[in-house]
Write a protein that binds this ligand. Structure first.
Ligand code: GLV
Ligand code: GLV
Length: 326
């Protein structure tokens, strides 16, 4: 029997590709850049499986272009790039990579939080400039972290991990939940409180975003939200960029409505809203939340296992539309 053809839209860690090569003819995009839409639609014409990134739109047009497709595996936990209802209508399985990147992403949120709180980036820049005059009592005064209130917007896996990591800093934890469901782990381990979005905005010193992007969370943080935040508060985003209205954020940072921001994701990646890069109270990372060696390797293995299951007609471990197997 012919081995199925599989396309991987970008080089991913070898651990996953090796698994795939045992069962499929694997073609990997040889260029370290996103594949163009036209090329993608051409290549998938004879593919039975595809592993893709958050830069690929997986929609009706994609599925129409891939008549032999048996499944699509996202190399990401976020899946706002996939039209899941459309996949389900076609009984086409789609999957993502949750869990394996939870700690890596939460740790990245902490890296941003500390970098913003303690002005790590401008301080580093001064050292490199060779112009540090020596120790001074008023240089790079930062904000405290210990004892400050941490607000988690979207207490799913990553939000919960971020909150748990706050234990050493004795931070009161507030959280919101779109389903308004209590998070038993956070309540029992951390005395965390489920609060309204307004209360979280008004009471938090650090607000960390972990909510998925969907029509209900797009621009959740706009002018109204920033006005409600404390002028000493900082916002951290390792989720999805469009949850923040970047123009409103720029305004809030410039006018001192809030104190700082640590961003790993952007509204129009890879573009940055003009003006943000000129601000000293912002830390900007290039979407590296899951970027540890083990998380990225584990994502590759999970995506490969998911795709292999789909090729073999089995339900993948982390399926986004498991109901198609009922
Ligand atoms: C990355 O952004 C992911 O969703 O895994
Ligand atoms: C997904 O958003 C997660 O928290 O794992």
């Amino acid at each position: 029997m012919d081995r199925p053809k599989v396309y991987v839209t970008r080089q991913i860690p070898e651990e996953g590709l090796a698994l795939l090569r045992r069962v499929a003819e694997v073609e990997v995009n040889p260029v370290d850049a996103p594949v163009s839409r036209n090329e993608l639609l051409k290549i998938v014409a004879d593919c039975e499986g595809v592993i893709g990134l958050l830069t690929e739109r997986i929609d009706a047009e994609f599925f129409d272009a891939a008549p032999k497709l048996k499944g699509y595996a996202n190399y990401a936990v976020g899946f706002d790039n996939i039209d899941v209802p459309e996949a389900t209508r076609r009984s086409m399985p789609v999957s993502n990579t949750p869990d394996v990147l939870t700690n890596a992403t939460a740790e990245c949120a902490w890296a941003l939080l500390f970098a913003v709180a303690r002005q790590v980036i401008p301080a580093d820049r001064l050292m490199r400039s060779g112009e540090w005059p020596g120790w001074g009592p008023l240089q790079f005064i930062g904000g405290d972290v210990s004892g400050k209130t941490l607000g988690i917007v979207g207490a799913g896996r990553i939000g919960t991990a971020m909150a748990r990591m706050s234990r050493g800093f004795n931070m009161p934890v507030l959280y919101t939940s779109s389903s308004n469901r209590r998070n038993e782990v956070l309540e029992s381990e951390l005395n965390a409180r489920l609060v309204s979005f307004e209360e979280l905005l008004e009471a938090s010193d650090y607000i960390s975003l972990h909510t998925p992007l969907n029509p209900g969370t797009k621009h959740l943080f706009g002018a109204d939200a920033f006005v409600r935040m404390k002028p000493t508060a900082c916002i951290i985003n390792t989720g999805r960029g469009p949850v923040i209205d970047e123009q409103a954020l720029l305004h809030a940072l410039k006018t001192g409505e809030i104190a700082g921001a640590g961003l790993d994701v952007y509204e129009n990646e890879p573009a940055l809203t003009p003006g943000l890069a000129e601000l000293e109270n912002v830390v900007l990372l290039p979407h590296i939340g899951s970027g540890t060696a083990s998380a990225r390797a584990d994502m590759a293995v999970l995506a490969a296992r998911n795709l292999i299951a789909m090729l073999e007609g089995r339900k993948p471990e982390t399926c986004l539309n498991p109901e198609i197997y009922d």
